[in-house]
Design a protein around this ligand. Structure first.
Ligand code: NAD
Length: 475
C-alpha cells in the first residue's frame, strides 16, 4: 500500500494473493488493508490537500505530463504485467495502457483550462464572479477489467483539479494499481496527494469512504449493485458521487447495412477483453434479411479466435476473471439453449491443453435469442454473442431501450437519416455509428439510467472534481 508517500504493509500485517487467471499461478502477496489503513490514507490525503490545491495548475500539469511520458515509455512492461494479472492478450493490454496514458496527457492539458465565469448582475453596484475550486479529498474505487485505464481516468482529472485521492483497486488486480502509483510517485506527485489501499475485502473500506466526513467525493467504477449501495450511503452523508456501472449494449444492424461488415465489427468489439467490458454488446439485433450472412461471418471469425495465455503469440482471447464469472456465462448459455437458442459455435468451458487450470469459456455465438432468456436482460460479462433477429414493423429502438441500463449502443446503417434518428431515440450515452470504438480520453464516457451518474473523460471529466463558488461583490 502507498500511504503518505511510503510503501507499507497493512496495519493488520495480513496479506492476500494476486494470481494469474490463465494459469492459476500465484504472482505475488499483497497487503490486505482494512478500515484502519483507509483512515490513515484519508489522514494523509486531508493533510496534503491545502498545499496541493494551492499549487499552480501549471505545476500540477507538469507532473501529469511527466507521468504520461513515463507510462508511454513503460508500455510494454505494463502490458506484460496486465496480461499476467488480468488475462487480456498482450496487444489489448498495450492498447489499454496507451488509453490509460491518454488520460494523463489530456488532463495535463485540461488542468490549465479550468475557467471560471463572470455574470452580469441586475444591480448596478454588484459583480458576480464564479470561481472553480477542487472538491477536496476524493475516494476512488476501481474494477479489474481495465486495471490501469480505470485508475488514470479518475486520478488524472482529480489531480489536475487540485484534489487529493485515496484509491482502492479491485482485489483481482492490485499489482497493476501499484505500477500506476509508482509512475505517479516517480513523476513527482507529493507525499499524501495520492494514496493506495489494497484489500481483499472491500467492505470495511467502502464503509470508511462513505462515512468519513473528510471525504468530499466518491468516484466508483464497477457493478450496478455495489454502485447503488455506495451511492445510497454517500447520499446519506452528502458526498458528491460519480458512478460508472454496468451495461447491456444493443448492437443494431439495419437492413441497409452490409451484414458482413457489421459482423466483422461485432466480432471485434464483443470479444475484446473476453467480453468483460461494460460497453460490450449484449444483444445483437439484426434485420432478418441479413441475419444469416451476419451469423455466418461472425461464427467463422469467432471459431478462429484462439483462447489461451495472453502472453503467447496468436492468442486472441484470454480467460475470465474467476470461476464465478465462468459459472455465470455457463448459466446464461444453458438457459438460452433450453429456451430454444441455437449454439453456432462454442457453448462450453475450455478444459483441454492446460486451459482447465485457468478460467476459460469458449467464444460462443448464439442465434435466435429471445426476450425470455436470461442473456437478454442480464449483463453477461463474458464471450457470448447473442443474436436477436428482427423484421420490418418491429420497433427495434423500443427493443434496444428495453433494459435498465443505458451505457453504450452500436448501430450499423448506410442511411444518414436513420442513423441520426437512432442516435436520438436510443436511451444510451455512448453510441457507435458504423463504429466499434466510440471512446477516447477526449470524449465524455458514462451512462444513463442504471449505468451510472456523471461523466469521465473530455472536458466534462474534470468538472466532476470541481465545485463552483459564486462570489457576489458589492462595489
Ligand atoms: P464490483 O462492483 O464487484 O467491484 C468493483 C470494485 O468495487 C472493486 O474494486 C471491488 O473491490 C469494489 N467493491 C465491491 N464491494 C464493495 C463494497 N461493499 N465497498 C467498497 N467497494 C466495493 O464489480 P466487478 O465485478 O469488479 O466489475 C465489473 C462491473 O463493473 C461490471 O458490471 C461492469 O459493467 C462494470 N464496469 C463499468 C465500467 C464503466 O465505466 N461504466 C467500466 C468497467 C467495469
Amino acid at each position: 500500500m502507498f500511504i503518505n508517500g511510503q510503501w507499507r504493509e497493512a496495519a493488520s500485517n495480513k496479506q492476500f494473493t494476486s494470481s494469474n487467471p490463465a494459469t492459476g499461478e500465484v504472482i505475488d502477496q499483497i497487503p490486505a488493508g482494512g478500515a484502519e489503513d483507509a483512515v490513515a490514507a484519508i489522514d494523509a490525503a486531508h493533510a496534503a490537500f491545502p498545499a496541493w490545491s494551492g499549487r499552480s495548475a501549471y505545476e500540477r500539469s507538469a507532473i501529469l505530463y511527466k507521468a504520461y511520458t513515463l507510462m508511454v515509455e513503460r508500455k510494454d512492461e505494463l502490458a506484460k504485467l496486465m496480461t499476467t494479472e488480468q488475462g487480456k492478450p498482450l496487444r489489448a493490454a498495450a492498447n489499454e495502457t496507451q488509453y490509460a496514458a491518454d488520460f494523463l496527457l489530456w488532463y495535463a492539458e485540461e488542468a490549465k483550462r479550468v475557467y471560471g465565469e463572470t455574470i452580469p448582475s441586475a444591480r448596478g453596484d454588484q459583480r458576480f464572479i464564479i470561481f472553480k475550486a477542487p472538491v477536496g479529498v476524493v475516494a476512488a474505487v476501481t474494477p479489474w477489467n481495465y486495471p490501469i485505464s480505470m485508475l488514470t481516468r479518475k486520478l488524472a482529472p482529480a489531480l489536475a483539479a487540485g484534489c487529493t485521492v485515496v484509491l482502492k483497486p479491485a482485489e483481482a488486480t492490485p499489482l497493476c494499481a501499484i505500477a500506476v502509483f509508482k509512475i505517479l510517485q516517480e513523476a513527482g506527485v507529493p507525499d499524501g496527494v495520492i494514496n493506495l489501499v489494497t484489500a481483499e475485502d472491500p467492505k470495511p473500506i467502502g464503509e470508511v469512504f462513505t462515512t468519513d466526513e473528510r471525504v468530499r467525493k466518491i468516484t466508483f467504477t464497477g457493478s450496478t449493485a455495489v454502485g447503488k449501495m455506495l451511492a445510497g450511503k454517500a447520499g446519506e452523508n452528502m458526498k458528491r458521487i460519480s458512478l460508472e456501472l454496468g451495461g447491456h449494449a444493443p448492437f443494431i444492424v439495419y437492413d441497409d447495412a452490409d451484414p458482413t461488415h457489421a459482423a466483422k465489427g461485432a466480432s471485434l468489439v464483443k470479444f475484446l477483453n473476453t467480453g468483460q467490458a461494460c460497453i460490450s454488446p449484449n444483444r445483437m439485433f439484426v434485420h432478418e434479411s441479413g441475419v444469416d450472412a451476419f451469423i455466418g461471418e461472425l461464427t467463422s471469425r469467432v471459431e478462429r479466435l484462439r483462447a489461451g495465455n495472453g502472453l503467447e503469440q496468436g492468442v486472441g482471447i484470454g480467460p475470465l476473471v474467476n470461476e464465478a464469472a465462468v459459472a455465470k456465462v455457463e448459466r446464461q448459455v444453458e438457459d438460452a439453449k433450453a429456451k430454444g437458442a441455437r449454439v453456432m459455435c462454442g457453448g462450453h468451458r475450455l478444459m483441454d491443453n492446460g486451459l482447465d487450470k485457468g478460467n476459460f469459456y469458449a467464444a460462443t455465438v448464439l442465434a435466435d435469442v429471445t426476450p425470455d432468456m436470461l442473456i437478454y436482460r442480464e449483463e453477461t460479462f463474458g464471450p457470448v454473442a447473442a443474436v436477436v433477429p428482427f423484421k420490418d414493423g418491429d420497433d427495434v429502438l423500443a427493443m434496444a431501450n428495453d433494459t435498465t441500463y443505458g451505457l453504450a449502443a452500436y448501430v450499423y446503417t448506410n442511411n444518414m437519416a436513420k442513423a441520426m434518428r437512432t442516435v436520438e431515440g436510443l436511451d444510451f450515452a455512448i453510441i457507435g455509428v458504423n463504429d466499434i470504438n466510440p471512446t477516447s480520453a477526449a470524449a465524455p464516457f458514462g451512462g444513463m439510467k442504471s449505468s451510472g451518474l456523471g461523466r469521465e473523460g473530455g472536458h466534462e471529466g474534470i468538472e466532476e472534481y470541481l465545485e463552483s463558488k459564486t462570489a457576489g461583490f458589492s462595489i
